[in-house]
Design a protein around this ligand. Structure first.
Ligand code: GAR
Length: 217
């Protein structure tokens, strides 16, 4: 691990989590260097956030490659060229090839908008409302080849309120993501967090349940 740790962030969209990470780093709350931001979409607004922060912003347009494998190879090359210690998926909406995930095993994090293992995949806000669940939230986890299935590290939990919509849930859940994601990245950068024996370990303790942060009532 370099000192400070080099963090590459992968995005596909607006990059509000990226912004929270950039802000935490700029404020000295996250002792890392954001060494680059990669997007699979050249029009991702998050790329502009990176440029504004003076961070290299790189688009690997999947549509410009003959097939998915070629796009994935290009993305992998760009990522490796940044020499990151840590890879952070922040609203990156593509499935990465197993080989790349394995190359960064224990050094790649994702944030997923559900209380995993519930609601893997897409459209979690609509699905949680349809299920009538009392709780929703977001989970930071290590990335493994199986989608949204890696060991969980920290989660933000909110109570679903009467009248909540997908939009209101998203707004409240994302506000929590901006708190928990920089924390998890910091733990990893400081060597406090590790992936071992298929589990997440924090300060030498196996996390059978993720650290839970509740929305203030
Ligand atoms: C985040 O809320 C994150 O939980 C979600 O995408 C959003 C990106 O927002 N990720 C996934 O759904 C991954 N399966 P942002 O671009 O504004 O950070």
């Amino acid at each position: 691990m370099s000192t400070p740790a080099r963090v590459a962030v992968l995005i596909s969209g607006s990059g509000t989590n990226l912004q929270a990470i950039l802000d935490a780093a700029a404020a000295g709350e996250l002792p890392v260097t954001i060494c680059g931001v990669l997007s699979d979409r050249p029009d991702a607004a998050g790329l502009e956030r990176a440029r504004r922060a003076g961070v290299p912003a790189i688009a690997v347009d999947y549509r410009e490659h003959p097939d998915r494998a070629a796009a994935e190879a290009a993305l992998g090359q760009q990522l490796d060229a940044l020499a990151p210690d840590i890879v952070v998926l922040a609203g990156f909406m593509r499935i990465l090839p197993d080989e790349l995930v394995e190359r960064y095993a224990g050094r790649m994090l994702n944030v997923h908008p559900s209380l995993l293992p519930k609601f893997r995949g897409l459209d979690t806000f609509r699905r949680v409302l349809e299920a009538g669940d009392a709780w929703h939230g977001s989970t930071v986890h290590f990335v493994v080849p199986e989608l949204d299935a890696g060991p969980r590290i920290i989660r933000y939990r909110i109570a679903v309120r009467p009248g909540d919509t997908a939009a209101s849930l998203k707004q409240r859940v994302q506000a929590g993501e901006y708190r928990i994601y920089p924390r998890a990245i910091r733990w990893l950068a400081e060597g406090r967090l590790a992936l071992r024996d298929g589990a997440a370990w924090l300060d030498g303790r196996r996390l059978d349940e993720p650290v839970t942060v509740d929305e203030a009532a």
